[in-house]
Design a protein. Structure first.
Length: 750
C-alpha cells in the first residue's frame, strides 16, 4: 500500500473511449489467427492501476549507506524518491525505502558488485554502490553444535553452532556464509539425514571470501546407539511398553517437570528437577552388550548474566546414579571430574536457547542385558547462580547408551570380590546411641574381571550396617561396597537413656500435598543418666502408621499429621511428638463464577465478577478464562482454606496482550491492576510483571499463559477474599488497541 492515493488524469468519458478502442483492437487481432510474424502481438499488457504506468524513479536522497564491506547485504534505509508516471500524474512524492517492491542483489555482496537495482511498480533503476574486498585471515568454531551424537537415520541438528571469522577489517562473531562438508565432499545443512554409521564423522566448516578459503572442523558420532528420550514418559504404575525404552519420573508429578517451551531434540525435556525427584530410564536392548557408555544429554541452568554464559555444574553434587532393580541395584560412582558444561548464551539469530544448551555428559560404563535395563538418576542437591541467588538443577533431554571406545575393556567395577583396607576409620570407639562413621578409611577394591583402577577409595564409596544408633551389644560394623561385605571391629560404651525432648520445632510445619518433608530447625535433646546431649541426630520420625519420615519424604496425604520422634539407646526407647499440616494447593479458576442468586458454598473456593461486562472464551485446554477485563472490572476470588497460613505465595496465571513479532511483551502488573486482601490494598512493586512469551508451535498469542508471582498473603481459616481490580489499560503495540490481560486463575502456594 502506497502513502498516497494516485488519481488518473483521464476523465471518465475518455477512459470509456480508450477502453472501447482497446477491446475492438483486441477482437480484430484475435481474428487474424497465429501471430508468428510479430512476437509482440497477443502479449497481455500489464493491468494499469492508480497512476497508470511508472516510467521513472527520481532519487531525491540516496540511501544512508552506499559503501559496503564484502559479505554485507544492501540496506536501502535513508532512500527518498519520487515516482514518474506515463500519464503525467505527479502526486507520488517523498517515498522511502519501505515503498520499494524490492531490489537486487539481496544476497551478500561481493567486490564485483558496483550497482544495486531498485524496483518500484515494475520500473527498475540502478544506483551505484561500492563494495570493499575483505581479506579473510581465518575462521574458528567458537561453539560446536549442541547435539553431536546421533542414531543412523537422524537429521543433523546444527543448533548452537557458532563460527567466528577474522578479517583484516575486523571480526565477525557469528559468520553464516560458510558451507559444511565431509571428507568426500558431501555437503551438510540443518536436517540433513545422517544415513551411515560413522563413529567419528569429521565435518569441515569452509568459508571462502574472494580467493581466500579458511576451514575449521567439528566431529559428530553416528551409531546404532540407544536413546531414551526424557519425554518418552510413562506414569508411575501406568502401562509400560514391552520392547521400547521409556522413562518414569517419581517425586513430582509429570506435569510439573515436563517442559515444551524450548527443545531441539524431541518434543520436550525435563526441567525443575528438585531434590528427591528420581528419573528412571528403562533401556530396552535387543541384545546383550558387554560394555556400553552412559551419556546424559543435559543443560546447565546456572546463570552468569554478567559474562553472558552458563556456569559448569558438578555432576555428583546434583545427582546419584544407580543401575539395576531392587536386590541387584548398584550405585555408579561419579568422580568430581564429571561436569555438565556451561556454555555461552546463544548469539542472536542462532536459533539457540540458553536453557537448552545441551551438553554430552559421560558418567559411567555398564553391561546391558537383553531386554530392559534400569538406570536411575536421583536428584540430591542444587547449585546456585553466579550471584548466589537462585538454586538450580540442570534440564535433562535424554540418556544415550553408546558403544564403548574399547568394547573388550572390563566394565568399571564389575563384580567386587574383596576390599583391602589400607587405613582404618579414624573413630572405632563409640558411646551407645552414636552412629558409625567411616571417615578416614582408605581401601582398594578387588574385582573378578581384574580391573585394577579403583585404588585408595574413601568413605564416600561405602555403606555399612548398622547405619543408625549403636548399642553396647554392637562389636563390629559390616562395610559394604558393590555388594561385597567386610566386617571391622568397634567398641561401644553403654549409656542409659532417661528421656527425649524436642527443644526446637522444625522451621516448616505447614505443607501442601506433594511437597517434601524437611527436618530443618528440628533440635532433639537426649537426657542420659550420665548427662545430656542437647542435639542428637540418630532419632527416627514416624507417623501413627509407622511410616518413616526423613528429609525428602513426599507428603501425599492431606491433613494434620502427628509425628513421633523416637530415640533408642541400648534397648531403651524414649520419644516426643510434634504436628505438621499438609494442605492441598488452592487453585481458583477465574471462570468458577457464582451465578446470580446462587448460594455461597461453605467450603469451596469461587469467584465473583463485577463491573463492566466481560467475555469468557475458550482457551484451547478445556477450561475458560476471563478475557479483556475493562477498567472497573473486579474479580473477587473467595479462597477457602481449612487452616490459617501466613506469608503464602499468590500466583496469577495470566496472558499479556501487548503484542510483538511472534511474542507478547512483559507488562507491569501495577500498570493494569490492583490487589486487595480482605479489602486491604496491597502495595505491588514496579518489578512485578505479567510475563510475555514467545509464540510456540500451535499456540495462540492470546493464551500464552504464564504463572506470575504477585505477592505474599495471609490466609484465614475459612474464607479469604482476594480482589483483582482492573485500573487501567495499555496500548497494544500490535494493532494500537487498548488492552488489559486475559486471566485464567490464581494459585495459593504454601
Amino acid at each position: 500500500m502506497k502513502k498516497m492515493t494516485k488519481r488518473s488524469c483521464l476523465s471518465r468519458s475518455l477512459r470509456f473511449a480508450v477502453t472501447l478502442a482497446l477491446l475492438i483492437a483486441l477482437a480484430m487481432l484475435a481474428a487474424c489467427g497465429p501471430h508468428e510474424e510479430n512476437p509482440d502481438v497477443g502479449k497481455r499488457t500489464p493491468k494499469t492501476t492508480e497512476g497508470d504506468v511508472c516510467i521513472g524513479i527520481e532519487i531525491t536522497k540516496m540511501p544512508t549507506k552506499t559503501e559496503y564491506i564484502y559479505g554485507e547485504k544492501f540496506n536501502p534505509s535513508g532512500l527518498l524518491f519520487n515516482a514518474i508516471y506515463q500519464n503525467g500524474y505527479d502526486g507520488d512524492k517523498g517515498f522511502n525505502a519501505s515503498d520499494l517492491d524490492g531490489w537486487s542483489p539481496k544476497t551478500p555482496l561481493t567486490d564485483a558488485v558496483t550497482e544495486v537495482i531498485l524496483v518500484f511498480e515494475g520500473f527498475e533503476k540502478a544506483i551505484p554502490i561500492s563494495v570493499v574486498a575483505k581479506e579473510l585471515k581465518g575462521i574458528e568454531i567458537t561453539r560446536e553444535p549442541d547435539i553431536k551424537a546421533y542414531s543412523v537415520g537422524d537429521p543433523l541438528d546444527l543448533t548452537g553452532l557458532t563460527v567466528k571469522a577474522e578479517y583484516e577489517e575486523g571480526t565477525v562473531n557469528n559468520e553464516t556464509g560458510y558451507i559444511i562438508s565431509d571428507k568426500d565432499g558431501r555437503q551438510y545443512a540443518q536436517d540433513t539425514v545422517l544415513d551411515k554409521a560413522v563413529k567419528d564423522l569429521d565435518l569441515t566448516v569452509t568459508l571462502t571470501v574472494g580467493k581466500i578459503t579458511k576451514t575449521d572442523v567439528f566431529t559428530v558420532h553416528v551409531d546404532t546407539l540407544i536413546k531414551v528420550q526424557a519425554e518418552d514418559l510413562v506414569a508411575a504404575g501406568g502401562n509400560r511398553p514391552t520392547d521400547k525404552s521409556y522413562t518414569v519420573v517419581t517425586g513430582r508429578s509429570i506435569k510439573d517437570v515436563f517442559k515444551t517451551d524450548c527443545t531441539f531434540t524431541g518434543t520436550g525435556y525435563l526441567g525443575n528437577i528438585t531434590k528427591g525427584v528420581q528419573i528412571d530410564f528403562f533401556i530396552y536392548s535387543a541384545e546383550a552388550m558387554k560394555n556400553v557408555e552412559l551419556v546424559l544429554i543435559a543443560s546447565s541452568t546456572r546463570l552468569d548474566n554478567v559474562n553472558a554464559k552458563m556456569m559448569d555444574c558438578r555432576f555428583n553434587k546434583l545427582y546419584r546414579v544407580f543401575t539395576g532393580e531392587d536386590g541387584e541395584r548398584e550405585e555408579v560412582f561419579i568422580g568430581d571430574d564429571v561436569i555438565i558444561k556451561g556454555k555461552p548464551f546463544p548469539p542472536a539469530g542462532s536459533g539457540g536457547n540458553k536453557w537448552t544448551n545441551w551438553a554430552d555428559v559421560s558418567f559411567g560404563n555398564i553391561e546391558l542385558k537383553r531386554g530392559f535395563n534400569k538406570v536411575s538418576v536421583q536428584s540430591i542437591g542444587s547449585e546456585k547462580d553466579a550471584d548466589l541467588s537462585s538454586d538450580r538443577t540442570p534440564n535433562i533431554d535424554r540418556l544415550d547408551v553408546r558403544l564403548s571406545e574399547n568394547p573388550d575393556a572390563p566394565v568399571r567395577g564389575d563384580v567386587c570380590t574383596d576390599i583391602v583396607i589400607n587405613a582404618q576409620p579414624a573413630k572405632l570407639v563409640y558411646e551407645a546411641g552414636e552412629s558409625f562413621s567411616a571417615d578416614g578409611i582408605i581401601f582398594d577394591a578387588v574385582y573378578q574381571n581384574g580391573y585394577a583402577g579403583d585404588k585408595n577409595l574413601k568413605a564416600d564409596r561405602l555403606t555399612w550396617e548398622p547405619e543408625g544408633a549403636l548399642s553396647s551389644a554392637d562389636t563390629s560394623v559390616t562395610l559394604i561396597y558393590k555388594g561385597f561385605r567386610k566386617s571391622i571391629s568397634i567398641t561401644v560404651n553403654q549409656k542409659i537413656l532417661a528421656s527425649v525432648e524436642i527443644t526446637s520445632m522444625p522451621v516448616t510445619t505447614v505443607y501442601t500435598r506433594g511437597a517434601v518433608f524437611s527436618t530443618a530447625g528440628l533440635v532433639v535433646k537426649a537426657v542420659y543418666n550420665e548427662g545430656d546431649n542437647p542435639d542428637v541426630k540418630n532419632y527416627i520420625i514416624t507417623d501413627a502408621d509407622d511410616n518413616v519420615y526423613t528429609n525428602g519424604t513426599v507428603l501425599n496425604t492431606a491433613g494434620e499429621i502427628t509425628l513421633t520422634v523416637s530415640l533408642t539407646i541400648d534397648g531403651v526407647t524414649k520419644s516426643d511428638t510434634f504436628k505438621i499440616t499438609v494442605l492441598e494447593d488452592i487453585t481458583v479458576q477465574a471462570e468458577a463464577v457464582l451465578a446470580e442468586g446462587e448460594e455461597t458454598p461453605a467450603d469451596r473456593s469461587y469467584t465473583v465478577i463485577s463491573g463492566p461486562k466481560v467475555t469468557k472464551i475458550e482457551t484451547g485446554n478445556g477450561a475458560k478464562c476471563v478475557s479483556e477485563l475493562g477498567i472497573g472490572n473486579v474479580l473477587d476470588f473467595y479462597i477457602y482454606s481449612k487452616t490459617a497460613a501466613a506469608g503464602v505465595d499468590l500466583i496469577l496465571t495470566a496472558a499479556a496482550l501487548d503484542r510483538g513479532a511472534n511474542m507478547t511483551h512483559d507488562v507491569k502488573f501495577n500498570s493494569l491492576f490492583s490487589i486487595a486482601v480482605d479489602d486491604e490494598v496491597k502495595v505491588i512493586g514496579e518489578d512485578v510483571v505479567i510475563a510475555g512469551r514467545s509464540v510456540g508451535a500451535g499456540e495462540r498469542i492470546w493464551f500464552l499463559w504464564t504463572d506470575n508471582f504477585i505477592t505474599k498473603v495471609d490466609l484465614n481459616a475459612g474464607y479469604t477474599k482476594i480482589s483483582l481490580t482492573c485500573t487501567a489499560k495499555i496500548r497494544d503495540r500490535g494493532d494500537g488497541s487498548l488492552r488489559s490481560a486475559n486471566i485464567d486463575k490464581i494459585q495459593i502456594k504454601f
